[in-house]
Design a protein around this ligand. Structure first.
Ligand code: F6P
Length: 324
């Protein structure tokens, strides 16, 4: 008799039935999984087929577009539209809110290919998403939701083949892709309390452009921990969830080239920071911005809003909060 690992869809079906829920979320997640597998396929064949090259265009964030960025966006858009369960979507790749099914139950915020500077090197990138539920009883509600209103948030690390998802008040879980392209073997993720594995993750090239208190904290504390930085949030955060520590992307305020300053931070609130913060909370961690406010409490004013981010083990995030 063969041994079959539990798939993500089996896991989710059991979860939904245990909590007496409908199957709508299952249908949405199936479409997200299909999109992720397709992106994984395009990534793996991309170097040979030339998808990893530049298109010459600039996206709404002012970054150079790679063909795979556009393809990944189209793939996600198609699959979630096909699910029929999404009312509106926000994509990192599109300036405007994407209108989908007026009867859809969910809002989705996604970055189809995060960390794309890793692409030409065949290094890891991520597909990140957060999901909020529409107000089904009352008046029409709005897509600009704080992370605390997410019902789920997750990320695929591509092409590594891992999928991590946090379900509201039901923990953070990791799955691995198998030979049939199913994500299998749920493992519950909790940030380790033992400091010996903790790591710091930040772009060290910017450290002298951070606010003084943060630069000083780093100088004083960095030798206590290992340092790791891949430059793709999904990949860096993936390590952090297992090893513990702190990922930080503070405001850049003193750059000699003012165009390289990010006074509000660089990362996007809705489909980057809130997504990892939601996962971190379900894994026992914490996330704040540079004002000391929990990321999950921040109500976005705009769907592409930027934020500063300090996310990881509670004690380290609290240490940062105490110096801000
Ligand atoms: O926001 C996109 C992103 O590529 C993240 O995935 C990553 O954490 C960050 O930017 C890297 O930025 P930098 O190149 O400035 O370190």
């Amino acid at each position: 008799m063969n041994f079959f690992e539990q798939t993500f869809m089996d896991f989710l079906l059991e979860h939904q039935e245990r909590h007496g829920r409908t199957y709508h979320f299952l249908i949405l997640m199936n479409s997200i999984l299909n999109a992720a597998k397709r992106i994984q396929h395009y990534y793996l064949t991309g170097a040979l087929k030339g998808y990893l090259s530049l298109t010459g265009q600039i996206n709404v964030q002012g970054e150079k577009c790679l063909r795979l960025d556009e393809m990944a966006n189209e793939v996600v858009k198609y699959h979630i539209w096909r699910s029929g369960r999404v009312i509106q979507a926000v994509s990192e790749e599109e300036e405007d809110i994407i209108q989908m099914n007026p009867d859809g139950r969910y809002f989705i915020y996604y970055d189809p290919l995060d960390g794309s500077s890793n692409l030409p090197h065949n290094l890891p990138v991520g597909f990140l998403f957060g999901i909020a539920k529409r107000n089904l009883e009352g008046p029409e509600d709005y897509h600009l939701r704080a992370g605390k209103e997410f019902i789920a948030a997750g990320m695929f690390v591509i092409p590594t083949g891992t999928f991590t998802i946090a379900l509201k008040e039901a923990g953070c879980w990791r799955f691995h892709i198998d030979e049939t392209m199913n994500y299998v073997k749920p493992t519950r993720i909790s940030l380790p309390s033992d400091r010996s594995s903790w790591e710091l993750s930040f772009n060290a090239a910017h450290r002298e452009y951070y606010r003084r208190e943060i630069a000083e904290w780093l100088l004083k504390n960095e030798k206590k921990y290992q340092f790791r930085y891949l430059g793709a949030l999904a990949a860096d955060f993936h390590r952090l969830l297992t090893n513990g520590g702190l990922f930080l992307y503070p405001a850049i305020i003193n750059h000699p080239n003012p165009k390289k300053n990010y006074p509000e931070g660089k990362l996007r609130l809705m489909y980057e920071a809130a997504v990892v913060s939601f996962m971190c909370q379900e894994a026992g961690g914490l996330a704040i911005n540079e004002k000391g406010k929990p990321i999950l409490e921040v109500v976005p004013k705009h769907h592409h809003q930027r934020t500063t981010l300090f996310v990881g083990s509670k004690e380290l995030v609290e240490e940062i909060a105490s110096i801000l």
